[in-house]
Design a protein around this ligand. Structure first.
Ligand code: FAD
Length: 402
């Protein structure tokens, strides 16, 4: 095996660095933050993401931190049901997710980094150099790292992507999102008939919550608590977190339980705000060969997209499972170059399909304006649930390469 440099220690980079090192690669992991850390939020892992993690040998860690999200239906902002809980559509068990605290997931991935991974934090890569005749390299302006395999896992604003695909650009998806985990010891008492896990949809607003563990115990998650996510049409807010929280409480004021209870129990420091962005136009290559191997883009660096299907992290794990399976069958040279190309060929159509479904789901879950919302609500009985079910089923329908 050869030398790999992984840029970015988000979920994709951590999974890639660990999996490559466990398979005999010499790995350097470069992260711009001063320590390896996750946002204090949570992620849904769909069956495809779970399969990818299992293929990477991470199943044991996952089972102890994941909590199933029961099918809980879809409601309007006035509390009435668009899809009753238990209805077959919209969250069929086939495509139902589990929810995981992001810090638990990060800890599980860090625990599987072997002692051989050279982790360098506080390194902000400024430039990547990729030519057909040299080994790819990256620099932070002071030091340079060369590799047989350079993995760009540096998120939607990727520096590595800029080197291999300078024409790509990042645009706003037109939404801001907030996420928070209320720790279990601060979680509000919820009425017994209030189901977490239901999507609640309004005009330009959307709210979702899921339990990470029972009140009073850590439950399935090490940390436990209640995760919520709010999506609002428009740009991210520049104000301080306390003002953002006050705005969220105002926007969602008349929404059904448990929205008010959860926003009331949230503290400003719990909030994680996102200006939702996507790569546009989508890349047509995720891999670029060079002398002994090449560059592979994974995760949001390759296919950053809006979060309406909540598949970004799952796709990153699929990328890693595919890349590692291909790279492990080769040595630096012709074989690794072919593996980089095969990786791109396998992953571009798959992420394009999920991006297409994400756009369809956006029209259902996040229509813009009063007219769009009325049209969505009128059609919801049949058409929209079919769109949702199909999108989720297609996204979940991925299996790791042998
Ligand atoms: C509101 C919201 C909800 C979501 N919910 C879900 C969900 O439920 N399920 C799901 O699967 N996905 C979800 N996603 C998507 C998911 O969060 C992302 O797709 C995923 O985090 C991407 O992981 P990544 O490792 O590719 O990139 P990132 O998480 O962005 O990590 C990139 C890493 O690279 C580092 N870095 C960046 N630039 C440099 C540089 N120049 N030098 C060195 N290091 C650098 C960063 O510091 C960071 O650590 C959601 C997204 C949003 C916005």
């Amino acid at each position: 095996m050869g030398q790999a440099v992984v840029v970015g220690a988000g979920v994709g980079g951590l999974a890639a660095a660990g999996a490559l090192a466990r398979n005999g690669w010499r790995v350097t992991l470069l992260e711009r933050n001063d320590r390896l850390r996750a946002d204090p939020a949570a992620v849904l892992l769909w069956p495809n993401g779970v399969r990818a993690l299992r293929a990477l040998g991470l199943a044991d860690g996952l089972d102890s931190i994941a909590t199933p999200v029961p099918p809980s239906g879809i409601r309007r902002a006035d509390g009435s049901w668009l899809v009753q809980p238990g209805a077959a559509a919209a969250l069929s068990p086939r495509s139902a997710p589990v929810v995981v605290h992001s810090e638990d997931l990060h800890d599980a991935l860090i625990a599987r980094l072997t002692a051989t991974v050279d982790v360098r934090t506080g390194i902000s890569v400024r430039q990547a150099r990729v030519t057909p005749r040299d080994r790819p390299s990256v620099t932070d302006g002071r030091a340079t790292w060369e590799a047989d395999l350079l993995v760009g896992a540096d998120g939607v604003q990727s520096v590595v992507r800029r080197a291999v695909s300078p024409e790509s650009s990042v645009i706003s998806s037109g939404y801001a999102a907030w996420r928070a985990v209320i720790p279990w010891y601060r979680a509000p008492h919820l009425a017994t008939d209030v189901a977490l896990g239901a999507e609640i949809l309004g005009g330009d607003y959307r709210f979702f919550a899921a339990s990470l563990g029972e009140r009073g115990s850590a439950g399935a998650s090490t940390r436990g608590g209640i995760y919520w996510q709010a999506t609002v049409a428009g740009a991210a807010r520049p104000e301080a977190p306390a003002t953002q929280l006050a705005l969220l409480r105002r926007w969602f004021e008349r929404w059904p339980a448990p929205v008010g209870d959860l926003l009331g129990a949230t503290e400003p420091d719990d909030l994680v705000q996102h200006d939702v962005r996507e790569i546009n136009p989508a890349l047509t290559e995720f891999g670029t060969p060079s002398t002994t191997g090449g560059v592979a883009l994974i995760g949001d660096a390759a296919h950053g997209m809006a979060h309406h299907l909540a598949q970004g992290a799952c796709l990153a794990f699929e990328d890693v499972a595919t890349l590692v399976a291909l790279a492990n069958q080769t040595q630096p040279g012709d074989g690794l170059r072919a593996a980089v190309l095969a990786y791109s060929k396998a992953r571009v159509p798959r992420s394009a399909a999920v991006a297409r479904q994400t756009k369809r789901v956006a029209a259902v879950l996040a229509p813009r304006g009063r007219f769009g919302t009325r049209a969505r609500d009128a059609a919801f009985g049949v058409l929209s649930t079919r769109v949702l079910d199909r999108a989720r089923a297609e996204a979940a329908n991925w299996f790791p390469p042998n």
